[in-house]
Design a binder for this molecule. Structure first.
Ligand code: BG6
Length: 517
C-alpha cells in the first residue's frame, strides 16, 4: 500500500502548507473520459504517488456517460501518464495507483447510477474494512454540475460516516457560473447538499507555485510591504497573455470569452493576492476574508461605448512566433456572427485606504505575442531634481515584475550609473529565477490542489462569497457587451500585444503598458 507521508520528507510542502496526510480516500471524478482527467488530474495523482503523498488506502473511480470497461479506462490512463505526467513513468508506483482505479458508467441525472455508485463505494469500504472519505471531483461541462450535486445528495453520499465522522467533500471545476445570478444559484445548490467547509472551488492559478509565492514575497519580506501602497506605487499592471488560440475548444470558448474564462477567476485572484491586506494568520479563512474584502473594494466599472474602464477585442489572422495563424472567426466551432471577445482589459480602482488613486490595469488574451503572465508593480518616480536635463527626466520608474509563467521569477528594475566620466543613468535589472535557485521540476498546480483538497486545506480554493464578489464586478460588463453586440468590439492581429484601444485605458492616466519580457 502507498504510505502516508511526512512533511519533512517533502520540502515542497513546507511554508504555507500544514499538511498532515490525507485519511483513506475514494476520489470519484465526474467527467472521467474528458480532457482534464487525462491531462491533469490522473497525472497529478500519479505524481503524488511518486512523492508518497497519497493516503495508504486510496481508490479512484472514473465516472462518465460513456460505457468503458475498467481495464479500458486504465489503459486510457496509461496513455495519459505516458503523455502528460510531469515525471516519467515509475512502473511500481503507477501499478499501485492503477490497481485501485475503476470506472463507473452512468448519466449525470440518473438516480440509479448514483445509487449503484454509492453501493460500489460501500463495497470498497467493506473490502478494506474501514471508512473512507469521499472526494467528488466535478470536471464535467457546467450544465450538469447541479444534477450531479443533487444526486450525490439524494444518494446519501454527501453525509459523513457515522462512527469515524469522515466527511465527504466536493471539488468543483470552473466555470463556476456564467454570471452573478447563475453563480449564486450554483452556490445555493451546492450548499443545499454540502456545508461550505466541504466545498473546494478550483482556480488552478492558485495551485501555481509563483502565485502562492506572492504571499511570501509580500509578507515574508520587510523591504516590500512598507512600499506597497498609494504613497509609493504609481500603478499595477497584471497581464495574463497566451500565444495559443482556442484550439479544439471553440464550442466552449465561444459561449465564454476572455472575461469569463480568464478575468473573472484567474486574473481576479492575482489582483486579490497583490492588493489584499496582511491576513491575521495563514489559515484559509483569514486569507479568504482578506481576498474577498479587496475584491469588494473595487469600484463598479465605468461602461460606455468607445470609452470607460473596459476594452474587449477579438484576434484576426496574424503571425505567432513567425507562423501564420487563423483569425478567431475562422477557427473551428466558431459561428460567423460571433461577438465573443478573445481579449479583455480593464482599469480597476480599488477604493480603500491602501490603494485609493492607484490604477490596477489588467488584461488577458489569446493569440498574443507570447505566453506571459506577470504582475508589474510600477513605483513612483523619484523627485526629478538631480537627474534631469531641461524638461527631460533621466531616470525610469522602478518596477518590480513578478513573473508567474513561463520564466518564473522576480525582476526589479532600478537605475544605475553608466560607467564613465559623465553621470548618465540606465535602467538595470536584478533577477531572481526559480529554476536557477530551486531547479525546474516544481509540482504542477493540480498536484498541490488535489493534495490540499484530500487533506482538507481550503486555502487555495475559492470561497462562495469570493466568487460572487468577483461575478458582481464583471456581470454588468458582460451585460453591457451583450447589449452592444459587435459595436465596440476591437480587432487585434494574432501575435500582437492586443488592440490599440487598450492603450487608451493607460494613456488616460499617463501610463503605458509594459512590454512583457
Ligand atoms: C483555463 C482556461 O482556465 O486556463 C484556458 O479555460 C486557458 O482557456 C488556461 O488556456 C490557462 O492556464 P495556464 O495554466 O496554461 O496559464
Amino acid at each position: 500500500m502507498i504510505q502516508e507521508s511526512s512533511e519533512d520528507r517533502h520540502p515542497f510542502l513546507k511554508g504555507l502548507s500544514k499538511h498532515r496526510g490525507a485519511p483513506p480516500t475514494v476520489v470519484v471524478i465526474f467527467g472521467a473520459s474528458g480532457d482534464l482527467t487525462a491531462r491533469k488530474l490522473v497525472p497529478a495523482i500519479f505524481n503524488l504517488g511518486i512523492d508518497n503523498l497519497l493516503p495508504g488506502e486510496f481508490h479512484l473511480i472514473g465516472y462518465g456517460r460513456k460505457p468503458i470497461e475498467d481495464e479500458a479506462f486504465r489503459e486510457m490512463m496509461d496513455a495519459a501518464i505516458e503523455e502528460f505526467s510531469r515525471r516519467p513513468l515509475n512502473k511500481e508506483i503507477w501499478e499501485r495507483v492503477r490497481q485501485n482505479m475503476t470506472y463507473h458508467a452512468g448519466g449525470y441525472d440518473e438516480a440509479e447510477a448514483f445509487a449503484s455508485l454509492a453501493a460500489r463505494i460501500n463495497k470498497i469500504e467493506a473490502d478494506l474494512g474501514r471508512d473512507m472519505q469521499r472526494m467528488f471531483y466535478i470536471s464535467t461541462p457546467p450544465s450538469v454540475f447541479e444534477p450531479i450535486i443533487k444526486n450525490i445528495g439524494s444518494s446519501g453520499m454527501a453525509q459523513a460516516h457515522v462512527h469515524t465522522k469522515l466527511a465527504s467533500k466536493v471539488v468543483v471545476e470552473k466555470p463556476f457560473g456564467h454570471d452573478l445570478e447563475s453563480a449564486r444559484d450554483l452556490n445555493k445548490a451546492i450548499n443545499g447538499v454540502f456545508e461550505e467547509p466541504q466545498v473546494y472551488r478550483i482556480d488552478h492559478y492558485l495551485g501555481k507555485e509563483t502565485v502562492q509565492d506572492l504571499l511570501v514575497q509580500r509578507f515574508g519580506n520587510s523591504i516590500f510591504e512598507p512600499l506597497w501602497n498609494r504613497e509609493y506605487i504609481d500603478c499595477v499592471q497584471i497581464t495574463v497573455a497566451e500565444s495559443l488560440g482556442v484550439g479544439s475548444r471553440g464550442g466552449y470558448y465561444d459561449s465564454s470569452g476572455a472575461l469569463r474564462d480568464m478575468i473573472q477567476n484567474h486574473t481576479m485572484q492575482l489582483v486579490a493576492l497583490t492588493a489584499m491586506e496582511p491576513p491575521v494568520s495563514l489559515d484559509p479563512e483569514s486569507i479568504r476574508d482578506e481576498k474577498v474584502k479587496v475584491i469588494r473594494a473595487i469600484q463598479p466599472l465605468e461602461l460606455k461605448a468607445g470609452g470607460g474602464d473596459v476594452v474587449r477585442a477579438r484576434y484576426t489572422n496574424g503571425l505567432v512566433k513567425g507562423e501564420p495563424v487563423k483569425g478567431y472567426l475562422e477557427e473551428s466551432g466558431i459561428p460567423k456572427d460571433s461577438t465573443t471577445e478573445t481579449y479583455a482589459a480593464m482599469r480597476l480602482a480599488i477604493n480603500n485606504w491602501r490603494w485609493q488613486g492607484v490604477p490596477f490595469y489588467i488584461r488577458s488574451g489569446k493569440r498574443m505575442a507570447r505566453r506571459a503572465s506577470e504582475i508589474a508593480i510600477q513605483f513612483k518616480r523619484p523627485p526629478g531634481i538631480l537627474f534631469s536635463e531641461g524638461d527631460k527626466f533621466n531616470v525610469a520608474a522602478n518596477t518590480m515584475v513578478i513573473s508567474i509563467q513561463p520564466d518564473e521569477g522576480v525582476t526589479i528594475v532600478m537605475n544605475s550609473k553608466i560607467p564613465g566620466l559623465e553621470t548618465r543613468t540606465q535602467p538595470v535589472k536584478m533577477h531572481f529565477r526559480y529554476s536557477t535557485t530551486f531547479g525546474s521540476n516544481t509540482p504542477e498546480a493540480y498536484e498541490r490542489l488535489i493534495l490540499d483538497a484530500m487533506v482538507g486545506d481550503s486555502t487555495l480554493f475559492i470561497r462562495g462569497d469570493e466568487t460572487e464578489a468577483s461575478w458582481k464586478l464583471v456581470t454588468p460588463v458582460l451585460k453591457h457587451w451583450e447589449a452592444c453586440g459587435e459595436h465596440g468590439l476591437q480587432d487585434y492581429a494574432a501575435g500582437s500585444w492586443g488592440p490599440l484601444a487598450s492603450e487608451r485605458l493607460l494613456w488616460e492616466r499617463r501610463h503605458q503598458w509594459r512590454r512583457s519580457g
